[in-house]
Write a new protein. Structure first.
Length: 191
């Protein structure tokens, strides 16, 4: 995938087929040929989730929108938190696995496609993102804790290359299981 950090734009190479790509923007998702010919598209993609229940099947454009905004947010944080309209408030630290994590409550403006308006980011003493809590609106708002590990540095920027997401209890405690999603990045480069 290729991520543009200046605007919400992400391209997945090989999306649904080796000769295709998936292009995400907040207002439009497309599946295209390598030449840019549009095979499928959806404008106002977030609204396509409005009548969905927990058992409603997704099509390829639903997946593209969700995976597009999610990965864009994941890969641009913490830079994302400096964007206009983003409000950041420091909370009391949390101790986890023997270390104190600084917590930031972040409120996102409507023009940033993201899981939900208010989220919490957890950073360790080295300034590395370790956990990110949110409740994705498009999934019916189930609370989740997104843990990050195996940070690598590329061109002076730090990226967690292993991520996993688990449910959160009402008191904010992350459950060890089930692991809902795992993301592993194997090659990160900056251009």
């Amino acid at each position: 995938m290729t991520v543009d950090v200046q605007r919400q734009h992400l391209v997945y190479k090989g999306f649904t087929g080796p000769e295709l790509r998936g292009v995400f923007t907040p207002d439009r998702v497309t599946i295209e040929t390598r030449n840019g010919d549009v095979v499928a598209e959806r404008t106002a993609p977030r609204e396509a989730f409005a009548s969905h229940g927990p058992d409603t099947p997704w099509d390829e454009l639903h997946v593209l929108y969700f995976a597009g905004y999610a990965m864009w947010n994941y890969l641009t944080a913490p830079y994302l938190l400096t964007r206009p309209g983003v409000v950041v408030q420091e909370l009391e630290p949390l101790q986890d696995t023997g270390e104190d994590w600084r917590r930031l409550r972040v409120t996102f403006p409507d023009d940033i496609a993201t899981h939900n308006t208010e989220q919490v980011f957890y950073y360790n003493a080295a300034g590395l993102l370790r956990r990110h809590d949110y409740a994705p609106d498009v999934l019916g708002s189930p609370a989740a804790a997104h843990f990050t590990e195996k940070h690598v540095t590329e061109s002076g920027l730090v990226f967690p290359t292993h991520r996993y997401i688990v449910p959160i209890q009402e008191d904010g405690t992350a459950l060890p299981e089930p692991v809902l999603i795992t993301i592993d990045l194997t090659d990160v480069s900056i251009t």
